[in-house]
Write a protein that binds this ligand. Structure first.
Ligand SMILES: NC(=O)c1ccc[n+]([C@@H]2O[C@H](COP(=O)([O-])OP(=O)(O)OC[C@H]3O[C@@H](n4cnc5c(N)ncnc54)[C@H](OP(=O)(O)O)[C@@H]3O)[C@@H](O)[C@H]2O)c1
Length: 293
């Protein structure tokens, strides 16, 4: 099976490639000399690979703080890569009749819900990265192409030197004895990237359509996350100090990036396809095994 892929060098994409050796990925990346924004070199990939039935689109501008410094700037790299780049991919999928698997984010939500976000909830992004990712979702839905939008959330894995995820940042904090005070009033749904890799294989093979929350099976605050990490990896849980996002936000200068308070995600829809998504504890235990190998 051959698949055209973008963002395959990144935190998430590189693990999808690693765990799916049976899939031949045709890589679109800056490193390979193909910019998402350069339509003609992008099209050449589609022309050269008529036997690839699907496109896996992960490439994005992912630095949320830099994105905020470009807020509402449609000529900025965040909008250009996330929206114009996605439009280019969508146009080519339409022209060459490819199924698109698009990777999106929980940051399309405003974080004010009391409970877990389902696929039925309306997005309402509050910062620029999330807004551009939501624009990208709309580009796909408006195009009418056969597609799935997989919203992933706080992805983590055992290793990836060039970008630290939330779990490895906390582990580094424990190891260095420099753990920041941890919020008790902020909730996220970390997702083990190995589960994302298995789910993507399912989507490549079965081509379901629609929006899916490809999220882990437990949501917790960063404070609770630290306690779990301490328990699984044998760190001292007494060094974890509580703080709140509410206080942090109050301390920020005016015009700072807004924060979503609750990004708890419901994964019932994706798990009903038979796709298993780990809880944070299960993911950490698997990580520990992988790191001991
Ligand atoms: N990480 C998270 O916390 C998180 C959470 C939710 C959703 N997501 C979504 O998951 C996806 C993957 O995220 P990630 O964290 O794995 O990304 P990442 O590590 O930041 O990597 C970004 C990828 O995008 C590619 N890219 C950027 N600009 C490009 C351009 N102009 N042309 C071609 N390729 C370009 C990069 O390729 P080069 O190496 O060639 O530059 C790289 O492979 C993204 O769609 C992101 O929005 C991520």
């Amino acid at each position: 099976m051959k698949i055209i892929g973008t963002g395959l060098s990144g935190l998430v994409g590189s693990r999808i490639v690693e765990l799916n050796p049976g899939i031949e990925f045709v890589e679109i990346s800056l490193e390979k000399g193909i910019d998402l924004l350069d339509l003609s070199s992008l099209e050449q990939v589609f022309i050269n690979n008529p036997d690839a039935p699907a496109v896996l689109h992960l490439a994005a501008f992912t630095d949320t703080n830099v994105a905020w410094s470009q807020n509402q700037d449609k000529s900025g790299s965040c909008y250009q890569v996330n929206v114009v780049g996605t439009q280019n991919i969508v146009d080519l999928c339409k022209k060459y009749d490819k199924y698109l698997i698009h990777i999106s984010t929980d940051f399309v939500f405003d974080g004010t819900k009391d409970g877990k976000y389902t696929e039925e909830d309306s997005p309402n992004p509050i910062e620029w990265y999330g807004e551009t990712k939501y624009f990208a979702e709309k580009v796909i839905l408006d195009s009418g192409i056969k597609s799935s939008i997989l919203r992933i959330t706080f992805p983590y894995r055992s290793n990836h030197d060039s970008k630290k995820d939330i779990v490895r940042k906390i582990i580094d904090g424990f190891k260095a004895g420099k753990l920041y005070p941890q919020w008790t009033d902020h909730f996220t749904t970390p997702t083990f990237i190995d589960d994302i890799a298995s789910a993507v294989k399912y989507f490549i093979e079965h081509q379901p359509s629609g929006i899916f929350h490809l999220a882990g099976s437990s949501s917790q605050s960063p404070y609770e996350m630290c306690l779990l990490i301490a328990d699984v990896f044998g760190f001292d849980r007494n060094i974890v100090v509580q703080s709140t996002l509410a206080d942090y936000v109050k301390s920020l200068p005016e015009g700072s990036r807004p924060w979503q308070h609750n990004l708890s995600m419901d994964n019932t829809k994706i798990t009903s396809l038979g796709i298993k998504m780990k809880t944070l504890r299960e993911g950490l235990e698997e990580m520990k095994k992988q790191l001991e190998l």
